[in-house]
Design a protein around this ligand. Structure first.
Ligand code: F0G
Length: 463
């Protein structure tokens, strides 16, 4: 089945600040007039279709088209991103690189719901993507656009997940990939992925923000295709997570969606999808989209709370949730816009709150990486502040798989997560002790039946 391009799906680029509409983007995906970010928009969605040609965006028709594709044997239809291609800019099928991304489960979280004090809590687990993070949904689309542009090299700066995803999609598309990551600040699981997928992996002696600066200079000098989330194709692909979520909820939006905030591409993408779905009448009301940051990496939280979103002061970021250890988020203006348009809230959470929330999600049999757990920690704060009411429905977006960062998990359960190098927001002993009841350290025993039975009996007494 070929990709569909109707008059309505013709897309244009637009600068989010000055409104310029360039015909194409430069290597750095910045507006040549003012330097701000570009986004796609779809002029055909708002213009009335000719009477002879009924709108291809009739909501019921779209919904049934997308549902029908779930039984298709075609690669594009089996992708949870390309299945919704009517909402995306057109990329010809021969350039599509897909690993059947998307199609991620929506789970109920009964224990977490009780602990957080809400009745209806779900997690959309984007860690169930092919490279185990939400990045694949944007990467399938942006890597395909690199392929269409006939690039030999693609590149990104990353805290580990973007690089893992990019390396995989580049390999599938027969492109070379260059990864810039902060030395010693990403998990081994993520680093090992980019090595296995064959990327040229450079560990730079700096942080994520330093890697971004070097990459921005590099793309102006070398013909490499930039695959960070300033690339608007990434945002388009990542949009589909929200569309898939609404389909899973029978197009009945939840009251709240809660996402982690790092470079702020994901929140921008999900918010863009919500606004577009309402414009196309696929949904009738907007969920509130809230964004949660780690206290030690909270430039967006501070921007909103201290400066009313008028400016963002970059900071040196520090958190054990290394995926979101970002001090100068590229997409903060896009995120601010969707936060305001949906009436969402921004929160910050401590290192202990993150670790405890991660263990709680694990105890529901789901698991996720630390950065994803900020969503549950944030929900608990939003419940306490009254922003989320007990009877309201909530969906957490879990962004990465539990196996992405086993070091964090093992240290937490052994009780030494907070020992060693201090990070911003490192708890004192009393605060750290609050998460103790969630710790399940492994027990080392002699290889004797009696010892195992004694351990079982002790566990039973404590259960
Ligand atoms: N959760 C995980 C697991 C991530 O890897 C990231 C970002 C985020 C949340 C935050 O999403 O940046 O769109 O606000 N990881 C990027 C990377 C920066 O390089 O892998 P965001």
């Amino acid at each position: 089945m070929s990709t569909t391009q109707t008059a309505g799906s013709v897309s244009r680029l637009r600068c989010i600040a000055c409104g310029a509409t360039p015909d194409s983007a430069g290597q750095d995906f910045r507006c040549t007039a003012c330097g701000d970010l570009l986004e796609f928009f779809f002029p055909g969605w708002t213009s009335a279709p000719p009477a002879s040609d009924p709108s291809p965006f009739e909501p019921a028709a779209l919904k049934s088209l997308w549902l029908g594709r779930r039984t298709s044997r075609e690669a594009l239809d089996q992708s949870g991103v390309w299945r919704f291609r009517e909402l995306l800019p057109h990329i010809p099928e021969e350039h599509a690189i897909t690993l059947r991304e998307g199609n991620t489960p929506l789970y109920r979280l009964p224990r977490c719901a009780r602990a957080a004090g809400v009745e209806n809590l779900h997690a959309k687990h984007q860690g169930m993507n092919p490279t185990a993070s939400f990045k694949d949904t944007g990467m399938t689309f942006a890597a395909s656009s690199a392929h269409q542009g006939k690039f030999k090299w693609v590149a990104c700066a990353s805290t580990g997940n973007t690089s893992a995803s990019m390396a995989a999609y580049a390999a599938r598309g027969n492109m070379h990939s260059l990864v810039l990551i902060p030395e010693g600040k990403i998990s081994w699981g993520k680093l090992s992925q980019s090595l296995d997928y064959g990327a040229l992996t450079c560990q730079l002696r700096t942080d994520f923000d330093g890697c971004v600066r070097i990459l921005n200079d590099l793309v102006r000098q070398k013909p490499v295709y930039l695959l960070n989330s300033v690339n608007p194709y990434r945002i388009e692909g990542q949009k589909t997570a929200a569309v898939e979520l609404m389909e899973q909820l029978a197009w009945e939006p939840p009251d709240h969606i809660i996402v982690p905030g790092g470079n702020l591409g994901n929140s921008s993408a999900i918010g863009k999808a919500l606004l577009e779905m309402r414009e196309l009448k696929l949904i009738s009301r907007l969920p509130k989209l809230s964004i949660i940051q780690a206290q030690g990496a909270n430039p967006f939280y501070r921007s909103v709370r201290e400066f009313g979103g008028k400016k963002l002061e970059p900071m040196t970021a520090d958190t054990l949730a290394t995926a979101i250890r970002i001090g100068n988020p590229a997409s903060w203006k896009k995120a601010l816009r969707v936060l305001q348009a949906t009436g969402g809230e921004v929160e910050e959470v401590t290192e202990v709150e993150i670790a405890a929330a991660k263990a709680e999600i694990g105890a529901d049999g789901i698991g996720c990486e630390p950065a994803s757990a900020v969503t549950l920690a944030g929900l608990r704060k939003l419940r306490r502040s009254g922003f989320v009411k007990p009877g309201e429905s909530v969906v957490l977006i879990l962004t990465g798989h539990v196996l992405k960062d086993p070091d964090f998990t093992i240290k937490f359960h052994r009780g030494d997560l907070f020992a060693g190098t201090p990070v911003a927001g490192t708890p004192d002993e009393t605060e750290a002790a609050q998460a103790k009841y969630l710790q399940r350290a492994p027990v080392v025993l002699d290889a004797e039946l009696g010892a195992v039975i004694a351990a079982l009996d002790a566990a039973e007494r404590n259960s």
